[in-house]
Design a protein around this ligand. Structure first.
Ligand code: HEC
Length: 642
């Protein structure tokens, strides 16, 4: 069966210098302090009570981990660290977390301990005493101390993170645990130093400039308000907040890097017609941020600051005509991302036309995508019933309504109501057009969740706004699907690092096109969707040369584009199925074919269109046999991309 619409989708500061830092022992290298002992440091606990770090040492071993609750990599390790604490406590091993910096008060730390359900002791190092004593510069970084308090290992906990924003799909080295097992077994530690991946510990910058030609309040804050705060504010998807001068200073180096390399704000297309709501910084904005960082982050005068940006809470477009809800779903603190499908009955007695859809994630810390599909044959209900019958394991943490699927919804949907991604604004479909919502249909919503180290709950709501007058032009989909040798089927052999898939679709009547959405899974690298009018020049609708599964969106054109009958739409995409690709879900690589699981691939360009002629848009696909053509025509025109 042709599945066309598989889209996914915290020690107060008195250093009780009980002697100077011990001399370097044995083979330890002074730079990394392995082989040295750490002076006793007095920190404070989350109630503000002074605690000497050494008083928390285990009789055999101690793990000291530097942490920051602002750092998503740290929070993702809190549960695994808790598990190590539980597993090794009886073996004389202690785990102590040290939260560095004064951004968080004792009360903040106490709250976070509760929220993250941390069972091991956590101390506050607000003046970087412990961080300096250990030479720690990154959170999370783990230090393994033996019974004499000598550092025997320092570095990462495991190799889950290839870099700050890239997780390896599989963890192959549990470095901290291996070092601990060897220490407890009196065996040598093979790799006493590894590189910690995480967030920089920013030390007090005494040389902070106060004024300069570029200042925070006058020049930088306006950019940050307009371009970053939509996501980088408390409770939103950005991994840290950019609301205050201090926060901007803490992240200054990264802000400069990420904006100069155009990795932030996230906006993937490099080519295409002008798009609505492009999240692209102007060259001047990037230059302003860079000169502010280079000048030592001058604060300036707070009277120059623009008024705080007001973010609308609640429905942005007013009360919807119909509100659908997912119900409460619980997402565990760590592990792979979750894809969950929810069946939301509309129970409408008559057909409706939907002119706008607004998705309001209940929990923006974890919600990364929502995709909405129409189900007129209760297929989602059946999948949910099957899920409810499935025997549950006692330790299943992810639970609630709905069912699990791969990267799709588990059936061929009758249509789409678009989708949502962080920072995306709900918009009205072009004047005179609407999605068709048949009576009695269910809306099946697929949600993609990131885990954030906490036990989280989400209840996402979807607001539908109906047309107030009849709609002649249904918003439909033109689908172009990539394959090999003119077919939609494809095989991406293991090791292939630049495999091309290609597909073509001709429309057989005039259309107006409004949007484009490319779609691949994890090993997709580069994708381009183009259109070529009969006898005319090829035009790029979208090109994403650095595909990221986490940032797929529907891109709306500023102006609709007219496409004449006979216009060809093409998708061309490249895949990297080599072991060198950190996104490869298979290790070692395996043969990859079409499908909706994480380990399968897809190659689609969905184009949002309307036509004056009643009924569905007629299309012709590749050089496929006629029956496949018919099947594709029947399905694709009904499965409308947003
Ligand atoms: C649409 C939402 C969104 C907007 C707008 C946005 N960010 Fe981000 N940012 C994120 C998310 C989500 C991440 C985490 C990485 C990821 O998922 O790609 C991130 C990561 C980052 C990181 C890397 C953090 C790390 O741990 O490595 C920096 C630096 C950053 N953003 C700066 C900015 C700046 C500066 C702006 C504004 C000019 C901005 N971002 C705008 C969502 C956003």
């Amino acid at each position: 069966m042709m599945k066309l619409m598989r889209r996914e989708w915290s020690l107060t500061l008195a250093v009780l210098l009980s002697g100077t830092t011990a001399a370097v022992a044995g083979n330890g290298r002074p730079a990394d302090r392995v082989g040295s002992t750490v002076p006793s440091v007095a920190l404070s606990d989350s109630s503000g009570k002074p605690v000497d770090l050494q008083s928390l040492h285990g009789n055999k071993a101690t793990i000291v981990v530097f942490l920051s609750f602002e750092c998503p990599i740290c929070t993702s390790y809190l549960q695994p660290l808790g598990e190590m604490f539980d597993a090794y406590r009886s073996k004389g091993t202690a785990v102590v977390g040290v939260v560095v910096g004064d951004d968080e008060t004792s009360a903040d730390v106490a709250r976070q301990i509760k929220e993250f359900r941390i069972t091991f002791p956590v101390l506050r190092d607000d003046k970087h005493i412990a961080a300096d004593a250990f030479g720690a510069a990154i959170t999370p970084e783990a230090f393994l101390l033996d019974d004499k308090g000598v550092i025997r290992y320092r570095g990462r906990i495991d190799n889950r993170y290839a870099s700050r924003v890239r997780q390896n799909t599989q963890v192959t080295n549990h470095d901290l645990r291996q070092a601990l097992d060897n220490l407890l077994a009196d065996k040598p530690i093979a790799t006493p130093v590894t590189k910690a991946v995480g967030c920089a510990i920013s030390r007090e910058q005494k040389t902070l400039a106060h004024t300069g030609s570029v200042t925070f309040y006058r020049d930088v804050l306006p950019i940050v308000q307009n371009r970053c705060q939509a996501c980088h504010r408390p409770g939103e998807v950005g991994p840290f907040s950019l609301m205050t001068y201090r926060q901007a200073v803490n992240w200054a180096g990264d802000i400069k890097d990420y904006t100069q390399s155009r990795r932030m704000p996230p906006w993937k297309p490099t080519e295409g017609p002008p798009f609505l709501h492009e999240r692209k910084l102007a060259d001047q904005e990037i230059a302003t941020i860079a000169s502010w960082v280079d000048a030592g982050t001058p604060e300036g005068d707070s009277h120059d600051a623009p008024p705080p940006r007001h973010f609308v809470e609640g429905w942005q477009r007013g009360t919807p005509d119909l509100v659908l809800e997912s119900g409460d779903f619980q997402v565990g603190p760590s592990g792979r991302d979750v894809f969950r499908c929810y069946v939301m009955p509309t129970s409408l007695p008559e057909d409706k036309y939907v002119t706008a859809v607004e998705v309001r994630p209940g929990n923006s810390r974890i919600a990364h995508h929502a995709l909405l599909f129409l189900d007129t044959m209760a297929q989602g209900r059946k999948l949910e019933a099957d899920e409810n019958k499935r025997p549950k394991k006692a330790d299943e943490i992810d639970k609630g309504p709905g069912y699990f699927s791969g990267m799709g919804v588990g059936f061929l949907p009758r249509g789409s109501l678009g989708g949502w991604a962080p920072g995306q604004i709900s918009r009205e479909l072009p004047e005179g057009t609407a999605y068709f919502l048949p009576k009695g249909a269910d809306v099946v919503m697929q949600m993609h969740y990131h885990r954030d180290g906490r036990l989280e709950t989400d209840r996402t709501r979807v607001g539908l706004y109906f047309a107030k007058k009849p709609i002649a032009r249904r918003f439909q989909g033109i689908v172009t699907a990539g394959g090999q040798a003119g077919f939609r089927a494809f095989f991406i052999p293991p090791g292939a690092n630049h495999l091309r898939l290609h597909g073509r679709t001709w429309i057989e009547q005039d259309c107006d096109i409004y949007s484009v959405m490319p779609h691949m899974h994890l090993i997709g690298r580069d994708i381009k969707v183009t259109m070529t009018p009969p006898g005319g020049a090829t035009m790029t609708l979208v090109h994403i040369p650095d595909w990221d599964y986490n940032w797929q969106e529907t891109y709306f054109f500023k102006e609709p584009i007219h496409a004449k009958a006979g216009t060809k739409f093409e998708v061309e995409a490249f895949y990297d199925n080599s072991a060198a690709n950190p996104n490869n879900p298979n290790n070692p690589p395996k043969m990859v074919t079409f499908g909706e699981q994480t380990t399968n691939e897809m190659c689609f360009g969905f184009i949002g269109a309307t036509t004056d002629r009643p009924g569905r848009i007629r299309m012709r696909f590749n050089e496929q046999p006629r029956n496949a053509q018919r099947a594709l025509n029947r399905q694709s025109s009904d499965t409308r991309p947003p």
